[in-house]
Write a protein that binds this ligand. Structure first.
Ligand code: SF4
Ligand code: SF4
Length: 190
């Protein structure tokens, strides 16, 4: 998929997010880094990819696809719950076991979790605690822990940039509308 986000913009985004973390200490110490180590007991099926991470359009430019810590798959966007404007291949990555990514290389989804961008009805960008169903418990979400201002601010800045890309805007809009329609309680952090 063609993305308007250039490689060097993604690199700048990664650098900015390298400077911040959700807590003033490693939140992995709270849960044994379960979001990195969780093993899906069902594995991959025809309709469901193994629990992994999809890359945003264009994010794959930051990778060689030969990283020895990742396994890759490319799936048609139409096969999954992506916006109608998404056509062509979506890249999914999964950390090999044991997870051991170089921190400066981890994908966007790992960098901004547990926050999700949310577009309000009047078009404002907000940040909410992730409402996606995940098969493990993240203490940051469960206990509504106070996140660092620097993490919230950097994550907001990054999503402000990213939604200038129409494909990413469509994804954020679709997820926001789904949240509203599902009536899940939203925890706004910004
Ligand atoms: S983001 Fe949540 S699940 Fe992941 S390491 Fe931090 S506290 Fe644990
Ligand atoms: S890329 Fe890194 S941060 Fe993301 S799930 Fe894998 S080990 Fe965890």
């Amino acid at each position: 998929m063609k993305s308007k986000i250039r490689k060097r913009t993604y690199e700048a985004i990664y650098r900015l997010l390298d400077q911040v973390s959700p807590l003033p200490y490693d939140c992995g110490t709270l849960c044994g880094a379960v979001c990195c180590t969780y093993e899906d007991p069902c594995g991959q099926t025809e309709d469901e990819p193994e629990l992994g991470i999809y890359l945003l359009p264009g994010e794959e430019k930051l990778f060689t696809q030969k990283e020895d810590w990742l396994s890759w798959s490319r799936e048609p966007a139409e096969k999954f719950d992506f916006p109608l404007s998404w056509h062509g291949k979506v890249y999914f990555v999964k950390c090999k076991t044991p997870p051991r990514c170089p921190r400066e290389k981890r994908p966007m989804q790992c960098r901004t979790f547990p926050l999700s961008p949310h577009l309000t009805d009047d078009g404002f960008l907000r940040l909410v605690l992730c409402t996606f169903q995940i098969p493990y418990t993240c203490p940051l979400i469960e206990e509504n822990m106070e996140l660092t201002d620097s993490f919230i601010q950097a994550t907001y800045t990054v999503w402000k940039h990213l939604i200038r890309d129409p494909l990413i805007f469509d994804l954020v809009l679709m997820d926001s509308q789904d949240r509203e329609e599902d009536g899940v309680p939203l925890v706004f952090v910004r």
